[in-house]
Design a protein around this ligand. Structure first.
Ligand code: ATP
Ligand code: MG
Ligand code: MG
Ligand code: MG
Length: 513
């Protein structure tokens, strides 16, 4: 089943069950002080759960563009290394605002997966909240009893508070959840181990696809729980993971959500990607091919995040949400440069493919296509000016760190490192700072490169140097404020108004990096 049809069938199913279908909210949030990017389907409905405002319908369904690269949900480090965490992904969701509850939600989820999508029942596991005495929250007997009518008991797993209880914050609406996991292992392997021990054990082919949250409590300021007057349902299913299950694949990257992008990267670089089934079949792969595979996954993942963020109005910049986007793009450029032999801007060339593939459902990517391509190309061009020297700089100093030769630092860089920067196995904060300041390498990129070299970065020293630099530029801008002089304006009727200019100009980083 093509991914377009997977999405459509989800929405059609909930529409036929009385849900209003709404568009995805933008990936970038401009008016929420607690969140930079939409990281789940429920974010755009948060206020309804808090009792502010009324939704257009008591039943809503959609697919939401999500980005999990900062704050509470940050999956960036997993991307490329596993087969099912992305920076940007779609979350399919259905909601009940004080309307239906567990019985309908669970039965619909089951019906959709097993009857519409026809996933074999013996490939599914579900989890139910086990309860927590310490937090005074009971075992979710109601969900257990409903699941028992649908699935074998040894496929119902008890989950703890971390995985199976959802809270918006320290106070407010909360409740247990039921997750659905799909087992994509080969039959022979399934025969060896099955049952409860499998799920939530991080087996790469037993993957969580859907989370159903049942908001039934309100946590009060004193920590106690009370029943909410109206109960809500909030669900989220990973679209790319669902496509993997329905297309008989073991990696999201082998679905048609990603294969056109991978083919384009292959065409640009002349390299080949190894599909996961081949990788799992036991064929020995060279270290180099492994790195190629990781780099291709990173690039095709990151272009989606960056392109959709720009299409929604968040261009890369040196601060806030814009800097998050710049960091993701630079990471993609780094992987391309280092592992895919890309010596000139290439990420922008993937946008056309992305637009062809996603544009029918997300028209913004078509409308903004030229703008997105231009912004990405400019950003890439800028980073390509410094990336080569930055990598040389990094390689030189990481080699010295590995050799434990701190004397050479002084001779080469002409500086005496602080004591904390001289520790064995630690890439000095000073050099991480230089990489950022001179070569435009975001800290997380330096951390990643250091990790690949078996080093950690002295982040405290880096932070200290960044602070020092900020203080210097603040001081510099205060000096320039002295240029403003007191002006007396003899205004209407000879009444004077005083204009003293700016006593403090806002710090604005001027570096292009
Ligand atoms: P995981 O445990 O795999 O990190 P999660 O429990 O953090 O997932 P939820 O917050 O429950 O995820 O989100 C609902 C659904 O969204 C998940 O069941 C999963 O299918 C999907 N999902 C979550 N994070 C990602 C991601 N980074 N990339 C792709 N899909 C994701
Ligand atoms: Mg997660
Ligand atoms: Mg989880
Ligand atoms: Mg979950």
């Amino acid at each position: 089943m093509k991914s377009q049809d997977v999405r459509k069938q989800f929405l059609d199913f909930f529409k036929s069950n009385g849900h209003l279908i709404v568009p995805s909210a933008p990936i970038v949030l401009k008016d929420d002080p607690t969140l930079m990017f939409n990281n789940s389907g429920m974010a755009q409905f948060k206020e309804y759960f808090l009792g502010n405002g009324t939704p257009k319908s008591k039943r809503i369904a959609d697919t939401q563009k999500c980005l999990r690269v900062s704050g509470k949900h940050n999956d960036l480090e997993d991307v490329g290394f596993d087969t099912y965490h992305h920076t940007m992904f779609e979350m399919l969701g259905n909601w009940s605002f004080g309307d239906y509850f567990k019985k309908e939600a669970i039965n619909w989820a089951w019906q959709l997966l097993t009857e519409v999508y026809k996933i074999p029942k013996e490939n599914l596991y579900v989890s139910v909240f086990e309860g927590s005495k310490e937090d005074n929250v009971p075992f979710d007997q109601e969900a257990w009893d409903i699941w028992k009518t649908l699935i074998d008991e040894d496929r119902i797993i008890l989950g703890n508070k971390k995985d199976n209880f959802w809270e918006m914050g320290d106070q407010g609406p909360c409740g247990p959840c039921s997750e659905i996991h799909v087992d994509l292992r080969p039959e022979a392997e399934k025969a060896l181990v099955s049952g409860k021990s499998l799920v939530n054990n991080d087996h790469p082919q037993v993957v969580e696809i859907w989370n159903n949250v049942f908001m039934e409590f309100n946590r009060k300021a004193d920590g106690s729980l009370e029943k909410l007057p109206a109960q809500h349902v909030d669900t989220g299913m990973g679209f790319e993971r669902l496509c993997m299950a329905l297309q008989g694949k073991t990696s999201n990257y082998d679905t048609d959500v990603f294969t056109p992008l991978i083919e384009k990267v292959e065409q640009i670089t002349g390299l080949k990607y190894t599909p996961n089934d081949v990788a799992l079949s036991g064929v020995e792969e060279s270290e180099e091919q492994n790195k190629t595979n990781i780099a291709i996954r990173v690039v095709v993942d990151h272009v989606r995040a960056v392109a959709f963020a720009i299409a929604d109005g968040q261009v890369p910049s040196s601060g806030g949400a814009g800097y998050v986007i710049r960091r993701i793009l630079r990471r993609a450029v780094y992987y391309g440069y280092k592992f895919l032999n890309a010596k000139e801007p290439f990420v922008n060339k993937l946008v056309e493919v992305l637009a062809n593939q996603m544009g029918d459902f997300f028209p913004e990517i078509i409308k903004q296509k030229d703008f997105v391509i231009n912004v990405i190309r400019q950003e890439e061009t800028m980073f390509f000016l410094t990336i080569e020297n930055g990598i040389k700089y990094f390689d030189l100093y990481s080699q010295l760190v590995n050799e434990g030769d701190s004397g050479k630092f002084k001779r080469l860089a002409g500086i005496e490192l602080s004591n904390s920067d001289k520790e064995q196995g630690v890439f000095p904060g000073f050099f991480a700072f230089e990489l950022k300041d001179t070569y435009g390498f975001p800290l997380d990129l330096t951390v990643l490169m250091a990790k690949n070299n078996g080093l950690t970065v002295n982040v405290d020293e880096y932070d200290r140097l960044m602070e020092e630099q900020k203080a210097r530029s603040r001081a510099a801008s205060e000096v320039s404020a002295d240029d403003w002089v007191k002006i007396m304006d003899y205004g209407v009727n000879g009444v004077s108004t005083e204009f003293v200019g700016y006593d403090k100009t806002e710090e604005k980083p001027v570096s292009i990096l």
